[in-house]
Design a protein around this ligand. Structure first.
Ligand code: PMP
Length: 330
């Protein structure tokens, strides 16, 4: 054990965790990168740190500046932590279909949160576009622009990818994760493919996203949805995602995701958010496809505590015709 120097140095270098029940079920090693152990509690801390450091290096962000972002939550949380640490203001635009826990948390962290109506990306009032326009009106401010700012995927090329390669001693057969901005999948895939062309990269997609079709047919057309997952799925191929090296895609529906997170909570004690459930559901499908003896790595994006009013709320699930596994019912 060694000492880590302050907040930003504690981002990344997360443990690689063997998920025992899934490994035993499949005969494969199902391994998860414990991104919920970052200081802001999610995989997005890495992107937040890299985007701020790139803006500092380019001179776009100077002492006392402001970081504006459109985010479903976790990027904002990561940015708020790093901005507090470096003395910047944080202003977050967020669509109104996100959990109240994330809004409350961002405000507690000191960010100014502007909740705006949920409209498609093509609409000028989309939360990302509003963030970009507002940042342009301020002095010494940046729009982090996580979807198309490739400092995001660079974070994963420079940190997540090398960590996965080291932690598996180069023994990773497949890597899978869901895509929001695509930063995690793109950066990690580019690094892993540079080490070995044999690492299979699989995009894990919730329903109601266009990315499964994009990978499997070349056309980013929407699949039936929506999904109750947060922070993942997309209707377009972002600049972060475009260069990703992807071999295949799998879909995981909401019921499979619910079964996964409740099973892991009640049988193993893990408390994960919905995207981790999608990722682990995909990892199991890939492991079954590859057969026993393979190592499949995925991302444990965040923990479950931000989702108590939705994923861990039986009434919310019932409204969506989702059932909690029998063994998890009180
Ligand atoms: N899981 C969660 C909980 C997230 O908040 C996000 C980012 N929105 C992702 C997964 C997807 O990560 P990325 O943006 O790197 O594709």
């Amino acid at each position: 054990m060694s000492i880590v120097n302050g907040l930003t140095s504690s981002i990344g270098k997360t443990p690689m965790i063997r998920i025992n029940s899934l490994s035993e079920e499949t005969g494969c090693e199902i391994l998860g990168k414990a991104e919920f152990m970052n200081p802001g509690g999610s995989v997005k801390d890495r992107a937040a740190l890299w985007m701020i450091e790139e803006a500092e290096k380019s001179g776009a962000l100077k002492p006392g500046g402001t970081v504006v972002e459109g985010t479903a939550g976790n990027t904002g949380i990561g940015l708020a932590h790093v901005c507090n640490n470096r003395g910047y203001e944080t202003i977050i635009y967020m669509p109104d279909n996100q959990s109240q826990e994330k809004v409350n948390l961002l405000r507690t962290l000191g960010a100014e949160v502007r909740v705006v109506p949920t409209v498609p990306y093509a609409n000028d009032m989309n939360f990302q576009k509003q963030a970009g326009r507002f940042a342009a009106t301020l002095e010494n401010a940046i729009w982090a622009n996580q979807f198309d700012n490739t400092a995001n995927s660079l974070a994963h090329y420079e940190s997540t990818g090398p960590e996965i390669w080291d932690q598996t001693n180069g023994g990773v057969d497949a890597f899978t994760c869901a895509v929001g901005t695509g930063g995690t999948l793109a950066g990690t895939s580019l690094y892993l493919k540079e080490q070995s062309a044999n690492v299979k990269i699989v995009l894990a997609d919730p329903m109601g996203s266009a990315l499964y079709n994009w990978v499997t047919t070349g056309e980013a057309t929407m699949t039936p949805g929506p999904s109750m997952t947060e922070g993942i799925g997309n209707s377009r191929v972002t600049q972060n995602l475009a260069p990703a090296k992807i071999d295949d895609a799998v879909q995981v529906d909401d019921q499979e995701m619910v079964d996964m997170v409740y099973r892991l909570l009640h049988q193993e004690g893990w408390f994960f958010g919905s995207s981790s459930g999608i990722n682990l559901g995909a990892a199991v499908k890939i492991a079954k496809d590859l057969g026993p003896g393979h190592t499949v790595v995925t991302i444990l994006c965040d923990g479950g505590s931000k989702y108590q009013s939705r994923l861990y709320n039986p009434e919310f699930l019932a409204e969506r015709n989702l059932t909690i596994p029998q063994f998890a019912q009180q």
